[in-house]
Design a protein around this ligand. Sequence first.
Ligand SMILES: NC(=O)c1ccc[n+]([C@@H]2O[C@H](COP(=O)([O-])OP(=O)(O)OC[C@H]3O[C@@H](n4cnc5c(N)ncnc54)[C@H](O)[C@@H]3O)[C@@H](O)[C@H]2O)c1
Ligand SMILES: [Zn+2]
Ligand SMILES: [Zn+2]
Length: 379
Amino acid sequence: MPRVKGVIARTKGAPVELVTINIPDPGPGEALVRVQTCGVCHTDLHYREGGINDEFPFLLGHEAAGVVEAVGSGVSGLAPGDFVVLNWRAVCGQCRACRRGDPQYCFNTHNAAQKMTLEDGTVLSAALGIGAFAEKTLVAAGQCTKVDPAARPAAVGLLGCGVMAGLGAAINTGAVTRGRSVAVIGCGGVGVAAIAGSALAGASPIIAVDIDARKLAAATRLGATHTIDSSTVDPVERIREIAAQTYPGAQGADVVIEAVGRPETWKQAFYARDLAGVLVLVGVPTPEMKVPELPLLDVFGRGGALKSSWYGDCLPSRDFPMLVDLYRRGRLDLDAFVSEQIGIGDVEAAFEKMRNADAGSTRTAGEDPGQVLRSVVVL
Ligand SMILES: NC(=O)c1ccc[n+]([C@@H]2O[C@H](COP(=O)([O-])OP(=O)(O)OC[C@H]3O[C@@H](n4cnc5c(N)ncnc54)[C@H](O)[C@@H]3O)[C@@H](O)[C@H]2O)c1
Ligand SMILES: [Zn+2]
Ligand SMILES: [Zn+2]
């Protein structure tokens, strides 16, 4: 049974701790993975703050690349030495969604059956069934997606959550394509990935909205054609103006992607759509949040669709190798998402930077070399 270092959130709101964890040897259908890199996603911070559920202690980290070290019985198509990106959508093939041909909505995705524990035997809840702020982790074999081993782990590992969620929110959920206008509210790793996906799909204009100038600079590098600092400008009005410059008569963007996860930004996204436009909520709200007061007639009268995007409606086996190929060919700059490489002891500091961004502290481009899109733990 491997004993390794891992980052846990022991109780709600407390700083994370680096502790020793015990990992069972892989059983049937399971794989033990030596983690090489793991990005710090906002969802890890949600876990730490009790915003996802109360099943503390959590083993955090879920945006990882690594090398398979051992597999349990009955595993085929995966072997020690394989380079993999971990996913949290190992589809079951049996549930209602899988059977009706929509495996991207699988309601019964696989995780490892055995639990990792603290040294005293306390069972850990692995974030999104992964738990990869650890030297090794135990997952279901289906959570390992083999990709080109020549790719840089820190970059392609980000497909494991945030970058895939953002790209997919645009391309899969929002069905963004050329000839469409897009606005993205919230330009962290997820939102900027939605911008990169929109650029890949040929959309224009692509409007980035954030309250932090550094995020807007990153959004421009990844394909935004316009930026709006919504700490000083009404984003709804400005999105309408920009959309109408390209498409006269437009009353907003065709697709607006909310990548913050807050009622007020969701409402901005709702009103920033053109008539019959699509709103995609990819930001994750916390349990106490409510949809702000909204006249039902506005829901009806504006038409279109109000969607949510879980993991960018991706299928890892289909999407990860395809996106790694685009990365290798220079068409998708995954390296640009790696803002800093940090040690396994630095996760709390990365959370601190995220919280500062939430608080709305505005900085100018170039200031503070800290986390902009992703801090990536390198093991
Ligand atoms: N749906 C999914 O499958 C999925 C997957 C991964 C992450 N997420 C969620 O997506 C959201 C974003 O994740 P991330 O890792 O990019 O986070 P992040 O902290 O890196 O980025 C959030 C961004 O929102 C900006 N922001 C905060 N308040 C704002 C406001 N009022 N107006 C405009 N911008 C504002 C911040 O400045 C920051 O740039 C989180 O809620 C996360 O939990 C969802
Ligand atoms: Zn299923
Ligand atoms: Zn995530």
